[in-house]
Design a protein around this ligand. Structure first.
Ligand SMILES: [Zn+2]
Length: 422
C-alpha cells in the first residue's frame, strides 16, 4: 500500500484541492475507489511528509487500521479503573461518537516555589486526527500506561506536578468509516481551523483549549500527534521566527531537545524538516490557533511518528513525549534570562531593577514591553536615548515575565526574566 501511495502522490502532486474534490466525488459516484489521492498544497514542500499534505482516501481499511472505536472503548474501561484517571469527553463527532478525553493527575505539587511555579501545569495531547496514523494511538496508549503506573516513582512525580489530557481518538468517525485522513463530512480536520464554520470536532477541541486557558490550570504544552509515510522517522514541525518569534524558536528548540534526550538517535532534531512557516503563521492548523492567540505562553507542536513498516517503540516514544514536555515546563519556569536574538542593547539585572543601555545607533524611538507568561502585556513604554530602567517593584515576582525590546529597524529582542529571587 505504501508503494502505491507514493506513486499516486507523485502523479497527483500538483493537482489543486478543488479539482481533487471533484475527482474524489466522481470516484465516489462510480463506487469503485480503493485508492489514495495525495495532494501537496501549493507553497509546501513534499519533504514535509504527510502531516500537512491533503490526502484523500477511503474504503481501504475494513479493520479501522487495526485499532477502532471499539478498541478505544475497551482501553477506556481499563484506564477508568486507575485512581489517577478521569474519563470525560470534549464533545461528539459528526456521527455522534463521543470525543473521549482521558485526564491523568494526582493531588499535590512537585514544582514548589511561589506563584505559577507552585501550581499544576497542564500538558494536552490530541491524537489521530488522521485515522490511518494509528501509530500515535499506540504512542498515546503507552504514555497513558506510563503515567498511570502506580509502581513508578517517576510517574508519581509527574502526576503530582502536572495534569495530562489525552484526546486519543479525535476523529472516531474517520476511523470507523475507514478514511485515511477525513471525517464523516470528508473534511481533513487538520487544516480546518481557519474556516468560518469549523467542523464539529475542531470546534469542540478549540472550545476545550479556550476553557482550559481561561481556567486555573492553563495549558503549557499542546501536542498534536501524527505519523508520517514519507520520512519514516520521528520528528516535530518546527516553526521559524517568521511565523512565530525569536523567543518562540528558542523555546521550540529547548522543547525538542528535551524530548529527544529521552529517546536519542530516534527523535530527530529541530532542523530535520525544511523551514516551516517562512511566510507567517498558518492559521489553518491547530498550531496556528495557538500561536495567534497565546504566543510564547503555550508550546504547541505537531509530532510525527513513523507510519512505515518499521514503526515500533511506542512505549519509548510515549515516555519521551511526556517526560520531555514536563522537563520543558520545569526548565522554563526556572530559567534565567535568555536573550533570544543577538544582543544589541545591553541588558543589566541590577539590584534595583532592569537596566537597558542602548547601543549607539539606536535613535531613541525604541519601545519596551513586559508580558506575563500568558502573553498579556503588563506594562509598556519608550526606551529613549538614555536607555531604560524598570524597577523590580514594577515587575511581578510571582512568575517569570517576558521583556521585549524593540529597536527601530533592528527588530526586537526577547528576554525571559525569572521569577526566582534576583
Ligand atoms: Zn497526519
Amino acid at each position: 500500500m505504501r508503494t502505491f501511495l507514493v506513486t499516486v502522490k507523485n502523479v497527483f502532486g500538483r493537482i489543486l484541492l478543488k479539482k481533487a474534490r471533484s475527482v474524489l466525488m466522481a470516484c465516489m459516484l462510480i463506487g469503485t475507489l480503493v485508492a489514495n489521492f495525495s495532494l501537496v498544497s501549493a507553497g509546501e514542500s513534499s519533504v514535509q511528509g504527510e502531516a500537512k499534505a491533503l490526502v484523500r482516501n477511503f474504503g481501504d481499511s475494513t479493520n479501522h487500521w487495526g485499532y477502532g472505536y471499539d478498541s478505544l472503548l475497551r482501553d477506556i474501561e481499563v484506564w477508568r479503573k486507575s485512581p489517577f484517571v478521569n474519563v470525560d469527553s470534549i464533545g461528539v463527532s459528526v456521527e455522534g461518537r463521543t470525543l473521549w478525553m482521558i485526564s491523568i493527575s494526582a493531588p499535590g505539587d512537585s514544582l514548589g516555589g511561589p506563584g505559577d511555579m507552585g501550581r499544576k501545569h497542564r500538558v494536552f495531547l490530541h491524537v489521530r486526527t488522521h485515522p490511518s496514523e494509528v501509530q500515535v494511538g499506540y504512542v498515546a496508549r503507552e504514555a497513558i500506561r506510563f503515567l498511570t503506573d502506580s509502581t513508578s516513582a517517576a510517574a508519581a512525580t509527574l502526576r503530582a506536578g502536572y495534569l495530562f489530557n489525552f484526546v486519543p481518538m479525535y476523529n472516531p468517525d474517520g476511523v470507523m468509516l475507514g478514511h485515511s485522513r477525513l471525517n464523516a463530512h470528508l473534511v481533513d480536520l487538520e487544516g480546518n481551523w481557519d474556516k468560518p464554520v469549523m467542523e464539529p470536532e475542531p470546534q469542540y477541541l478549540r472550545a476545550t483549549f479556550q476553557r482550559f486557558m481561561g481556567g486555573p490550570i492553563p495549558i503549557d504544552v499542546a501536542l498534536n500527534l501524527h505519523s508520517d509515510t514519507v520520512n519514516c522517522s520521528r520528528f516535530f514541525f518546527y516553526h521559524v521566527a517568521a511565523g512565530t518569534s525569536e523567543a518562540y524558536t528558542v523555546l521550540e528548540k529547548s522543547f525538542i531537545a528535551k524530548t529527544q534526550a529521552y529517546f536519542p538517535d530516534s527523535i530527530r532534531s529541530w532542523n530535520f524538516l525544511p523551514p516551516q512557516w517562512t511566510t507567517g503563521p498558518q492559521a489553518r492548523y491547530p498550531e496556528g490557533f495557538w500561536w495567534l492567540n497565546y504566543h510564547e505562553s503555550v508550546m504547541a507542536l505537531t509530532y510525527e511518528d513513523s507510519n512505515c513498516p518499521d514503526a515500533r517503540a511506542f512505549d519509548s516514544t510515549g515516555r519521551a513525549l511526556v517526560l520531555g514536555a514536563t522537563d520543558y515546563i520545569r526548565s522554563r519556569w526556572l530559567a534565567s534570562i535568555q536573550p533570544s536574538a543577538p544582543k544589541k542593547s545591553r541588558l543589566v539585572l541590577a539590584r534595583e531593577g532592569i537596566r537597558i543601555d542602548p547601543v549607539a545607533d539606536v535613535d531613541g524611538t525604541g519601545l519596551w514591553e513586559l508580558r506575563d507568561v500568558r502573553g498579556r502585556v503588563i506594562s509598556t513604554g519608550a526606551i529613549g536615548p538614555a536607555g531604560l530602567f524598570i524597577p523590580w517593584s514594577a515587575v511581578p515576582n510571582t512568575s517569570p515575565v517576558l521583556l521585549i525590546v524593540r529597536e527601530g529597524r533592528s527588530g526586537h529582542m526577547n528576554y525571559w526574566i525569572p521569577a526566582t529571587p534576583r
